[in-house]
Design a protein around this ligand. Structure first.
Ligand SMILES: [Fe+2]
Length: 399
């Protein structure tokens, strides 16, 4: 197939016919169904006192399997669920679109239909700027150096749930979009398109594109969901034994890269702490080769959050922080250079204090004096900027 990367960069999405070839579709469906049954068992066992017997399966608008938490359950019957990600139309194409020799599967999930009608969800971008960086920073980074991460939906049955707004990954919302989302976030936006995917087709898109889950009905839905960057985020690789040699080798390569990224993140933080500009920029180059100043500024905002979370994790009163904040600190999110609790252990309490003091200048640059809100994000009001990114020079001067 011909790949129009320029068009992908401009539109922010691309429909890929037969991402999973027709002759493999049935095998991939069966493999995922094995995992669905296993996950349904887990949800039933973990249900709350007031939940129905099926737990999440019965209550969620979009019951979602996360293969990261199911790694030890994969066997030869479900191995195709993972092998599918290595298909050339998915893995090879992702490498081309990211402009790297060997893109890595970062996340693997499956979105399922609910048992009862839940109707449309809300238009949104897959981000909450107070916990990562302002939208403007993402846009500048993509325009300068291309996407760091691309996300896929690959339905195993015909699926027209997803809508996107072409081009919205490299611009902020228009006034019309803001007004529409404020008045009713569950109706089509002007200029949006429905993806209308046939079984086995895929849509690959650049976050933070504006998108919409238009209708969550009980019509059978099994949509592979996840994405690629240059590393994977799998701590548990116990599924490897059941995979082909090629796939095993790929996951091992990607895992090694993730470990290297942790090293580079630590080097960047230590260099920043020591006021070692050269060391800091060298570490950033190793984390994301070839990025310019806009990319360095975005990474610096991500690292300010990393330092804040490491500092939080070291506090005796950590458990008194808002639950959401605890969750963000505990949970790795490598795409924004967050590596969770185990990574924080690399720093002493005194180092964490010094690190956070050093990063406060950057942190204050992405704040306003008043709590604010912008339509189309995943979260509530915050003093952190949703849209406006500080000047690149101001951020880099803080290094
Ligand atoms: Fe989303």
């Amino acid at each position: 197939m011909t790949i129009d990367r320029d068009r992908f960069m401009k539109d922010g999405y691309m429909i890929v016919r037969n991402a999973i070839p027709a002759d493999k579709l049935e095998a991939v469906r069966s493999a995922y169904e094995v995992l669905v049954d296993l996950q349904k068992g887990i949800w039933a066992a973990d249900r709350g006192e007031s939940d129905p017997p099926e737990g999440v399966w019965a209550t969620s608008a979009q019951p979602r399997l996360n293969l990261e938490t199911m790694a030890n359950l994969v066997d030869e019957r479900s191995a195709m669920a993972i092998e599918a990600w290595l298909n050339p139309n998915i893995h090879g194409l992702s490498s081309t679109l990211l402009g790297v020799p060997d893109a890595a599967v970062t996340q693997m999930m499956l979105m399922c239909s609910p048992v009862k009608d839940h109707g449309p969800a809300l238009w949104h971008r897959d981000m909450y700027p107070p916990y990562c960086a302002p939208l403007g920073g993402y846009i500048e980074d993509i325009l300068e150096g291309g996407p760091r991460y691309i996300q896929w939906n690959i339905p195993l049955y015909d699926d027209d749930v997803l809508w996107v707004v072409p081009g919205s990954h490299i611009r902020v919302n228009s006034e019309e979009e803001d007004a529409s989302i404020r008045s009713d976030p569950r109706v089509p936006l002007s200029g949006s398109i429905q993806t209308n995917l046939k079984a086995g087709d895929g849509v690959v898109y650049i976050l933070p594109i504006l998108h919409w889950g238009s209708n969550y009905t009980p019509l059978l839905r099994r949509c592979i969901h996840g994405g690629f960057s240059t590393f994977s985020q799998y701590e548990d690789l116990s599924f490897l034994n059941h995979l082909s040699d090629n796939t095993q080798a790929a996951f091992s390569r990607w895992d090694l890269r993730s470990e290297e990224m942790k090293e580079h993140t630590e080097s960047a933080l230590r260099a920043f702490m020591a006021g070692n500009k050269d060391g800091y920029f060298t570490a950033l180059e190793r984390l994301h080769p070839g990025r310019g100043d806009r990319g360095r500024a975005l990474s610096t905002v991500f690292l300010s959050k990393t330092s804040k979370r490491i500092h939080s994790l070291k506090q005796p009163e950590f458990h008194t922080l808002p639950e959401q904040e605890q969750g963000w600190a505990e949970r790795p999110h490598p795409g924004t250079l967050q590596w969770g609790r185990a990574f924080a252990a690399r720093f002493s309490t005194a180092e964490a204090q010094r690190l956070w003091e050093r990063f406060q200048q950057v942190d204050s640059l992405v704040q306003s004096s008043e709590p604010q809100y912008a339509p189309g994000f995943q979260g509530a009001n915050s003093i952190y900027n949703f849209i406006g990114m500080p000047l690149t020079e101001a951020i880099l001067a803080a290094v």
